[in-house]
Design a protein around this ligand. Structure first.
Ligand code: F3S
Length: 401
């Protein structure tokens, strides 16, 4: 791989052992995938910050990097952790043990020492980060949360590989990543299109299920072109999170959304009809009357919080527990807008910094029925043996009265 003089110096250890290690890892991975050079990045987002997800091995790795003197060269934010830092037992049913707190605090300490901004959200794009850093179309970053990667590439036009957690960390330390995949405009050009024959806007649950359907049939390494009525914060977020969950794709080119010119020709166009989507929605629907409604995987948008408030008010509340997970930034906005107060009036629990998946929730959930508008949450909770289904926000409320 071609390295600049500065990159060579970094690799040789002139800027300390941590930068040398970071370059070594990035060069190895870059060479393995055939990258010809490195590219400078403006920001990194590190996934794998929850002690529950990365365990003792991850904690030791982060502590070793911090004790080596690792410092981030660019602004770095981090993904959710195992609990709400201000209110550790905010998730219903869930108990947080001393071990988890100890492991999680060590991880936070190590990341802070390296200079991370502890946003603890999987939706850095809903925080002040893009505007604060002036991230603009065509900028290169290194993000490590699959749903955020797909959102950055497909909606914001900010270019990133789908980095693993440790790679995003190394990229943050080196201020660079390997030039590969979505960093290359040629790679980003779709060859296969998916035309969705539904003449109305899809809601967030439908968009997520559609994302799963397309990811399941798309066979190329490059992005699919998606011609569907997907607009608004919730549907875009859920569609792209599902693409990231059901495949290794780092993006989809969505007509009218992705800020790049569409390809002049496609090799194949696949049609998806309303009945195909209805069938999948039916198959994935909750296995009974929900005991718990979950909104906020990836962390909730304001639009979803407003939608939930509207339906709860229309129906006069529900019998199920309702949990909304979201970033601290959006929680403050929801607070200012009066949404938190309105929803708390219906017993809704707000959870920040974490979610049902990266917290120990599934160990305590037993056989309750969970309904969510998120295909991604459905996928991970079902994988852990929980009784869960996907439904529209309006239907979850209706089903739980
Ligand atoms: Fe975010 Fe947790 Fe879902 S980290 S993407 S809310 S699994």
């Amino acid at each position: 791989m071609y390295l600049t003089r500065e990159e060579e110096k970094m690799l040789e250890g002139e800027y300390g052992p941590a930068k040398s290690k970071a370059m070594e890892v990035l060069v190895k991975v870059g060479e393995a995938v055939g990258a010809e050079r490195m590219i400078r990045i403006k920001h990194a987002h590190v996934s794998g910050a929850s002690y529950l997800t990365i365990g003792e091995a991850g904690r030791r790795f982060l502590e070793e990097m911090a004790s080596m003197g690792a410092k981030f060269s660019v602004p770095v934010t981090v993904n959710p952790i195992s609990y709400d830092a201000e209110s550790p037992e905010a998730i219903p049913l869930t108990r947080i043990s001393r071990d988890i707190v100890e492991g999680q605090e060590a991880i936070i300490r190590a990341l802070s020492l390296m200079g991370a901004e502890l946003k603890m959200t999987c939706t850095p794009y809903y925080t002040d980060i893009p505007s604060k850093l002036g991230l603009a179309r065509g900028d290169h970053v290194a993000w490590g949360e699959s749903s955020a990667v797909a959102y950055a590439n497909s909606v914001l036009g900010i270019w990133t590989n789908r980095e693993g957690g440790p790679l995003a960390l190394m990229a943050g330390i080196a201020g660079r990543t390997y030039y590969y995949g979505p960093h290359d405009s040629e790679w980003r050009r779709p060859k296969t299109g998916y035309r969705v024959k539904i003449e109305r806007p899809l809601d967030s649950a439908e968009a997520g299920v559609l994302g799963y359907m397309i990811a399941r049939i798309h066979r190329e390494e490059g992005p699919p072109l998606v011609d569907a009525w997907i607009g608004g914060e919730g549907p875009l977020k859920e569609f792209l999170a599902a693409i990231g969950t059901a495949s290794s794709l780092p993006m989809a080119h969505i007509t009218g959304v992705t800020p790049e010119a569409p390809p002049s020709r496609l090799y194949e166009v696949v049609e998806i009809g309303a009945e195909d989507l209805d069938m999948e929605m039916e198959r994935l629907s909750p296995p009974g009357r929900p005991d718990l409604i979950y909104v906020g995987c990836p962390h909730s948008s304001l639009e979803e919080v407003r939608e939930l408030a509207r339906h709860l008010e229309m129906r006069g509340g529900v019998k199920a527990e309702v949990v909304v997970s979201l970033s601290r930034d959006l929680y403050l906005k929801a607070l200012r807008e009066g949404l938190v107060e309105r929803l708390k009036g219906f017993g809704v629990k707000f959870v920040r910094d974490t979610c049902l998946i990266v917290s120990p929730f599934s160990k305590f959930a037993g056989d309750i029925v969970i309904a969510t508008n998120s295909y991604k949450a459905y996928y991970y909770l079902a994988k852990r043996g929980l009784r869960v289904g996907v439904a529209r926000i309006s239907d979850m409320v209706e089903l739980s009265r």
